[in-house]
Write a protein that binds this ligand. Structure first.
Ligand code: KG4
Ligand code: ZN
Length: 345
């Protein structure tokens, strides 16, 4: 089976084609994976501007689809389905991806599959790693921070979520406060590598509390207050604050995951989403997994941040189960994973 996946829910315009046998096993093959990151469009605003993002998706998407087909040496006729992110995300961008996918599906008489962006992150690990359902998932991205049990496409049980900010957003804010630029996650990780994590004592919201919920707003405020006290241009202090912040995030994620492993034991702990690209946090989770006797599995770094391959793969997993969508599907700005809600009207 071959599925094209289109991702346009935030600031990456991405198209990929993946291939796998029709039987429901993990591990597929990426035939093409092209991404256009709209960094230059948004950098001077210090964040993603929805209208600019939608316009850039519209300008780039057709060319990227042509590039993906030529990279895979395929035509539309060789595909078994067209998948696109149907939400949640910036609605203008989601509409561009969904309308384009529907048009291709209609013109070439192929099934259309609307993929929940979070399901794309949640299943992405199975594209490259042999992980069976169910598994415990820590989903950490720019807009989300959740712990879930993943039982299959459309089958999620939520164990906990953030009651305020997402962890990626916290990385981005920290970078902005410290003048490290955008996107913040990789910049904070780079700065932290030369820093002393013990220098700043920062609060660890929810740490050692029962359950699996998260909170990051108090940490964000503490980082701001510490940043305001730094002497301008003190590179070492910036590195130390980044390292202290990253360690604090690590403490919180490990503590929450430990509770989740007790509440809903599973043979594997999977970490996915943009923040899963962070090598320090992966090491912390690896240590926890070893302590609990479970496997820590993460997608390759390139597939942690938004990409088309994860949408194509989730589409392929759905196609195998006959879970295709009607062309009446409406793009959804909000679309929680755990209700299994798929409203077309
Ligand atoms: O999954 P993603 O690409 O987009 C969303 O669905 O949100 O995640 C983007 C987030 C951003 O907040 C970015 O700063 C963060 O992932 N991120 C990182 C790293 N790379 C990306 N956070 C920490 N360390 C990184 N290396
Ligand atoms: Zn994402």
């Amino acid at each position: 089976m071959r599925v094209m996946g289109i991702e346009t829910s935030c600031d990456e315009t991405a198209v990929a084609i993946v291939e796998a046998p029709a039987d429901p096993r993990p591990v597929g093959h990426i035939l093409a994976n092209v991404v256009y990151s709209q960094l230059t469009e948004h950098r001077r605003f210090g964040g993603v501007v929805p209208e600019i993002a939608a316009r850039a998706h519209l300008e780039r998407l057709d060319g990227l689809i042509a590039n993906a087909l030529s990279e895979a040496k395929l035509g539309f006729a060789d595909l078994d389905a067209i998948a696109a992110t149907g939400g949640p995300g910036l609605i203008g961008g989601v509409m561009v991806g969904v309308m384009t996918a529907k048009a291709i599906a209609f013109a070439h008489d192929k099934p259309f599959i609307a993929v929940n962006h979070l399901e794309g992150h949640a299943l992405s690990v199975r594209l490259t790693e042999n992980v069976s359902f169910p598994y415990l998932l820590l989903l950490v991205s720019g807009g989300h921070c959740q712990l879930l049990t993943v039982e299959g496409p459309g089958r999620f049980k939520r164990l906990g979520t953030t009651i305020d900010d997402a962890v990626g957003e916290c990385f981005d804010k920290t970078a902005k406060l410290l003048g490290l630029g955008f996107p913040g996650g990789p910049a904070v990780e780079r700065a932290a590598s030369g820093g002393d994590a013990a220098r700043f004592a920062l609060p660890r919201p929810m740490w050692r509390k029962p359950g699996c919920d998260f909170s990051f707003s108090g940490l964000k405020t503490a980082v701001r207050q510490a940043a305001e006290k730094l002497a301008p241009g003190d590179g070492q202090a910036i590195a130390d604050l980044c390292a202290s912040f990253q360690r604090t995030v690590g403490d919180v994620l490990v503590d929450r995951c430990a509770n989740a492993l007790d509440l809903a034991p599973a043979p594997a702990l999977v970490v996915a989403g943009g923040v899963a690209a962070n090598a320090y946090l992966r090491r912390r989770l690896e240590t926890l997994a070893v302590l609990h006797g479970v496997r820590l599995v993460a997608p390759p770094v390139k597939l942690c941040t938004d990409n088309g391959a994860m949408i194509a793969w989730a589409g392929l997993e759905r196609l195998r189960l006959g879970m295709v969508d009607s062309l009446d599907f409406r793009p959804r700005p909000r679309w929680p994973l755990d209700t299994g809600e798929r409203i077309a009207a």
